[in-house]
Every structure is written in C-alpha cells, then in structure tokens.
Design a protein around this ligand. Structure first.
Ligand SMILES: [Zn+2]
Ligand SMILES: [Zn+2]
Length: 122
C-alpha cells in the first residue's frame, strides 16, 4: 500500500479548488454572454467573436460565488474597464488600512498554518 504524504494531498486539494473555480467561471461567463449584448457596460465598446476574449464578466457585488440565474449580479465589461472597476474597489477596501495591515492582507495564505499543522502531526 502506498502511503499518502500530506504535502501531495494538500497540493491536490489546492489544484482541485483552482480547477473548480476555472470551470465555474466558464459556466457563468457563457451564461452571461447568452444573456447580455456583447457591449462593455462602461465604455460601450462592442464585441464580436474575434475579440470576445476581451469581454469579461464582472460581479456587481464583487462576490464570484453569487451567480443568480437571472444574471442580475453580472455585468459585461471590457478588460480595461474591468481593471478600473477593481482598482477602485481596492482603494475603497484598503484605503484606510495601515501599510502593515495591507501587507498582511496581501500575503495571507490560508494553507500556511494547515501545512505546518499536518507536519507536526505524528
Ligand atoms: Zn470598457
Ligand atoms: Zn469584476
């Protein structure tokens, strides 16, 4: 019997989570593109099949897990306007934080502690 090593298992969990979020993104993007005209909601740039990859789905409440069937949480934005939208959010969220806190938020790794706890287990 092969013994399972914790770090491999952890890698697989992380990889699974990444893949799941990729699939989920494909799902809601396809649905949003069926629901809405292919136009950026900010700069009104129009898209067709040739440049559709530059049209992205923005979540109005910034919660990527909130994907109601009627599309009410989605907005189609070109990559530039989408970037803009999120840098404004970052300003709003981190603007009042002390620099040390900003750093903590940026480097926070939910698995760091888990990995050391798995290692300590005998
Ligand atoms: Zn735009
Ligand atoms: Zn967004």
């Amino acid at each position: 019997m092969k013994k399972e090593k914790s770090p491999d298992k952890l890698d697989r969990i992380v990889a699974d989570a990444r893949r799941a979020s990729g699939e989920r993104e494909q799902g809601y993007r396809a649905r949003a593109l069926r629901l809405y005209p292919w136009i950026c909601g900010r700069c009104a740039r129009e898209f067709d099949r040739d440049n559709l990859q530059e049209l992205t789905v923005h979540h109005r409440d910034h919660d990527h897990d909130n994907n109601p069937e009627d599309g009410s949480n989605w907005e189609l934005l070109c990559v530039y306007c989408h970037d803009n939208e999120h840098s404004r959010l970052i300003d709003a969220v981190y603007g009042d934080m002390a620099p040390a806190e900003q750093e903590k938020a940026a480097t926070f790794n939910p698995f760091a502690d888990l990995a050391s706890r798995l290692k300590d287990k005998k």
